[in-house]
Design a protein around this ligand. Structure first.
Ligand SMILES: Cc1ncc(COP(=O)(O)O)c(C=O)c1O
Length: 462
């Protein structure tokens, strides 16, 4: 009998030991992962020295690219002075105080500027905390029935039991016995996929709102605590809602006294050309979650903004039982706080949001150029986030058979041309480059994408 092969390459050693997240676990055993070993500006470099434009900022997060020395220095300084402290039971530390104040000053609405921030380490944890606060708050104000949370088809809110349940993506539920009870699902504001023939954007938005209202009526408003929404749905396929959508949704939520949780894990800190997607889409959330670009992803860190109304109710309830019984060992970890503070300083000093506004037209035009391509059904974007959605027949909006993996093929071709992108369900190819990208790099990104698209068409139609 042959002895089992000893793993030789870095990739082989990786798959021999590492249980990969969000991966076809069988496929990667033979396909081998792309091994990234270094970052340089908007590019990453693999173990063979090949360079790639990171068209997704990693996972929608590395806003300042992959070699921002000031963030490394801020982390190093903090680790030398105070590598760890917590904020439980009457303690805090200087950097958590500073970053809290800074974040509150940047909040998109007066209601949140009057409130507080509570910290965690990831977007999932921030959203999970928000769900817990929906319960805590409603118990505190004497409405213990008001607990269900409405989330949307194709929403993405994280991977904890609660946040995966809120997410409206089937693979996040299959084999996990999810969603858990207490989650309601409403429609996704993606006109390209869901608008009826002849329906205008405004009519479609009205129909989405009517469907929400019908759901609330069927369940009973007194059983529904909150509605959670990403301003732009990222993992669902970069879905930019029609202009009137959020105004119509928010009017219904207000009418039925249902809290709005804005999941700004992707859109927070400049992605849409404003500090928050809530600025861009005029949201008035009761809670807002942020992560990722809060530290340019250089340290795991997330913040949940809580309005004063919710904070005050929680404070009263905690006083009545003696403690607010929630918090992570690493809530407000000094490393995350220090890196977040430096990231926010860089955003302001370099006017990163102004830069996003300056280059967004070039980015959006570069994607829009593909709108008439015979294999493209829809192109959409806002700020520096966008998608090119492939179609078997663009005229009838007929998608490719998912089994063919056309989007995945395109992404592999892009990678061969030095461009990292991601294919979402429905063969929507997502673009979310670092916010520091310039116009020349945008042109290069589009040129590499065009090569991949041409090759994919030859393969798919061949
Ligand atoms: C909108 C949104 N919410 C929540 C999350 C979960 O964040 P994390 O992966 O940091 O737990 C993500 C991750 O991509 C996201 O896109």
């Amino acid at each position: 009998m042959n002895a089992p092969l000893t793993p030789q390459t870095l990739a082989q050693r990786d798959v021999a030991n590492h249980f990969h997240p969000y991966t076809n676990l069988r496929a990667i055993e033979t396909d081998a992962p792309l091994m990234i070993v270094e970052g340089d500006g908007i590019e990453v470099i693999d173990d063979a020295g090949n360079r790639y434009i990171e068209g997704m900022s990693g996972l929608w997060c590395a806003s300042l690219g992959f070699s921002e020395k000031r963030l490394a220095d801020a982390a190093y300084r903090q680790m030398n002075v105070l590598p760890y402290y917590h904020s439980f039971s009457g303690k805090a530390h200087n950097v958590v105080a500073e970053v809290s104040e800074k974040l509150i000053s940047l909040a998109p609405t007066e209601a949140l500027r009057q409130g507080r921030v509570i910290f965690a380490n990831s977007g999932s944890e921030a959203n999970d905390t928000a769900v817990k606060l929906v319960r805590y708050y409603h118990n505190a104000i004497g409405k213990p029935q008001k607990k269900k949370v409405i989330a949307r088809v194709k929403g993405y809110h994280g991977v904890t039991l609660a946040t995966a349940s809120l997410s409206g993506i089937p693979t996040m539920h299959q084999h996990f016995d999810l969603p858990m009870p207490g989650v309601l699902r409403t429609s996704c504001p993606h006109p390209y996929q869901f608008a009826q023939d002849g329906e205008s954007d405004a009519q479609f938005a009205t129909r989405c709102a009517a469907e929400l209202e019908a759901l609330i009526a069927a369940e009973g408003a007194d059983t529904i605590g909150a509605f959670i929404a990403e301003p732009v749905q990222g993992a669902g396929g970069v879905i930019v809602p029609p202009p009137t959508y959020f105004a119509k949704i928010q009017a219904i939520l207000k009418k039925h006294d249902i809290l709005l949780i804005a999941d700004e894990v992707i859109t927070g800190f400049g992605r849409t050309g404003n500090w928050f997607g809530s600025n861009t889409f005029e949201l008035e959330p009761d809670m807002l979650t942020s992560a990722k670009m809060i530290t340019s992803a250089y340290a795991p860190f997330s913040a949940l903004y809580v309005s004063n109304k919710i904070y005050q109710a929680c404070a009263d309830a905690s006083a009545s039982v003696g403690v607010f019984g929630h918090g992570y060992t690493y809530s407000g970890h000094p490393l995350g706080c220090a890196v977040a503070l430096e990231t926010l300083k860089i955003y302001e000093e370099r006017n990163i949001i102004g830069h996003v506004r300056d280059v967004a037209p070039a980015f959006q035009a570069a994607l829009q150029k593909f709108a008439d391509h015979p294999m493209v059904g829809n192109v959409r974007s806002v700020g520096l986030i966008g998608a090119v959605e492939l179609a078997d027949d663009p005229k009838t909006r007929k998608p490719f058979d998912p089994k063919r993996g056309v989007g995945a093929y395109l992404v592999r071709r892009a990678q061969a041309h030095g461009l990292i992108l991601r294919a979402m369900a429905g063969d929507a190819i997502a673009f979310c480059p670092p916010l520091i990208i310039d116009e020349k790099q945008i042109a290069e990104l589009a040129a590499r994408f065009e090569l991949a698209l041409t090759e994919t068409m030859a393969w798919a139609r061949g």
